[in-house]
Design a protein around this ligand. Sequence first.
Ligand SMILES: Nc1ncnc2c1ncn2[C@@H]1O[C@H](COP(=O)(O)OP(=O)(O)OP(=O)(O)O)[C@@H](O)[C@H]1O
Length: 268
Amino acid sequence: MSRGLRLEQLTVGYRLGWGRTKEVVRDIDVTARSGELTALIGPNGTGKSTLLRTIAGLQKGLAGSISLDGNDLARMSASERARHQSIVLTERVAPGRLTARELVGLGRHPHTGFDGRLSARDHRIVEESIAAVGAAELADRDLAELSDGERQRIMTARALAQQPRLLLMDEPSAFLDAPGRVAQAGLVRRIATQQDVVVVISTHEVELMLQLADRLWLLDRSGNLHDGTPAELVERGILADVFDSEDLAFDPVTGTFRLVADAAGWSP
Ligand SMILES: Nc1ncnc2c1ncn2[C@@H]1O[C@H](COP(=O)(O)OP(=O)(O)OP(=O)(O)O)[C@@H](O)[C@H]1O
């Protein structure tokens, strides 16, 4: 049995009605390994969210298959999926009147019995998950009173409490300040390596991911996915091909983007 997340001949996109489809990314054939951080990157509108949502089972693929540790995800029931995978989305959630700790506790529900009561072990996992995201001081606060960035950390803790084999995150640093983004990226990498989880995140943090990710899935504007280590993709010149524009150029030596002098004579 192959460990990890395997996408085979996968095409993702939208069914538009009247039998018409819009293909966003075609013929994907890749594996995200356990214990590694895989970052899904690409310019706006290239299909990062569409692919992530398809992997998560929130929308159907147009063709192909998705398996986790050799098990077809499409054949799993919703409750079985919830024991294997968790997803952190950027959408703001309406938290109701829950404390941060109570929300993290909801992450244990796929593993509890019919009564939904948390055991001593469940409570321990909740506390460990809160500690892992450095949110102990937030645990007793009402979710509604947290900032977007603080709430994002709690949502990550809830995903961890689920103890998934597969952790999916859509733009996990969307609400975070610069130090928060670096810390979040480091945290996500540690989760992958220390807990031997398959982690796939979609992100615009290209420079950060060049340093931190084990693997990049780079989407281009033609509906293709390029797979490789950061070094491999830089060497193949694909990052420059995909991201370079009139205003921006990728520098393969430093692994950073720089502004290009504009026609009016302005130079950075
Ligand atoms: N419900 C939908 N029906 C049809 N097309 C859609 C739908 N939602 C998104 N799209 C299109 O699918 C393509 C990929 O969108 P997606 O949101 O996956 O890109 P993205 O890479 O996540 O973008 P961003 O970086 O801007 O978040 C875009 O062309 C978008 O317009």
